[in-house]
Design a protein around this ligand. Structure first.
Ligand code: MN
Length: 250
């Protein structure tokens, strides 16, 4: 059983090491991860410069590219065998609600799923130290075993978010739907030492919509959230509502 491990925090991140240690008990691990932090790069591919791969330890490879590049290279021929599972993480920070569209962690799993491989993204919902990576890694291993044994519906990836709590304080897990986070619509404008303006985006966290059954609510209530995602972004409700669309266009 070969498992491909990737992340977006980079090959030296603590969360990646915790995940590798836990998954080593489930199968043979190959890690192909960015050589530096690539958080919030989303599903981007590097198409306009060469990609290099460095073997930094046996079966551990650092790539000068994005999480999606890593999974793409690994599955399309860099690894000696095709992995049966892709696991991305453990991200240092939540990937809840609409944040999944920015996430490099989720996108690595998305790429695995697009390539036809069952895939899981794992994130730790961190609001401050200490970081409880171990329970999140243990849960990832249990889930990985289950996915290997039972398979997964086609075109699906599992987005897992684990509250940053010691094992005994986690309440269990919930299957959830994607919620909605709220951020302040602000940006910072400052002036650099040479007198030029610069800008800093990323608004303050204003919480989340209290929708029932969502990932945000589950994590807030102390549960591990497991959301099945797919890449089809079609709004089927709108497709029906727009069914009678008439335009003056011949
Ligand atoms: Mn990250």
């Amino acid at each position: 059983m070969v498992i491909l491990v990737c992340n977006d925090d980079g090959i030296y991140s603590e969360g990646l090491h915790a995940l590798e240690a836990a998954l080593a008990k489930v199968g043979e691990i190959f890690t192909v991860a960015p050589d530096r932090e690539q958080s919030a790069v989303s599903h981007s591919l590097t198409l306009h410069r060469p990609l290099r791969i460095d073997e930094i330890a046996p079966r551990r490879f650092a790539v000068n590219g994005t999480p999606t590049d890593c999974v793409n290279l690994a599955v399309k021929g860099f690894l000696p065998v095709r992995p049966q599972l892709v696991v991305s993480g453990i991200n240092k920070g939540a990937n809840l609600g609409d944040d999944v569209t920015y996430s490099g962690t989720v996108s690595a799993a998305m790429e695995g799923s697009l390539l036809g491989i069952p895939s899981i993204a794992v994130s730790l919902v961190i609001k401050g130290a200490p970081h409880h990576f171990a329970p999140a890694a243990d849960f990832a291993a249990v889930l990985a075993k289950e996915v290997i044994a039972q398979g997964m519906p086609p075109d699906t990836l599992l987005n897992v978010n684990v509250p940053n709590l010691p094992r005994e304080e986690l309440k269990g897990f919930r299957l959830t739907r994607q919620g909605k986070r709220r951020y302040a619509e602000t940006m910072e404008v400052r002036v650099d030492p040479r007198g030029r303006k610069y800008y800093w985006i990323g608004g303050d966290d204003l919480g989340f919509d209290p929708g029932e059954g969502t990932d945000c609510v589950a994590v807030h209530d102390g549960f591990i959230s497991v959301t099945p995602l797919h890449v089809d972004l079609t709004n089927y409700r709108a497709l029906q509502e727009l069914g009678g669309l008439q335009l003056p266009w011949q």
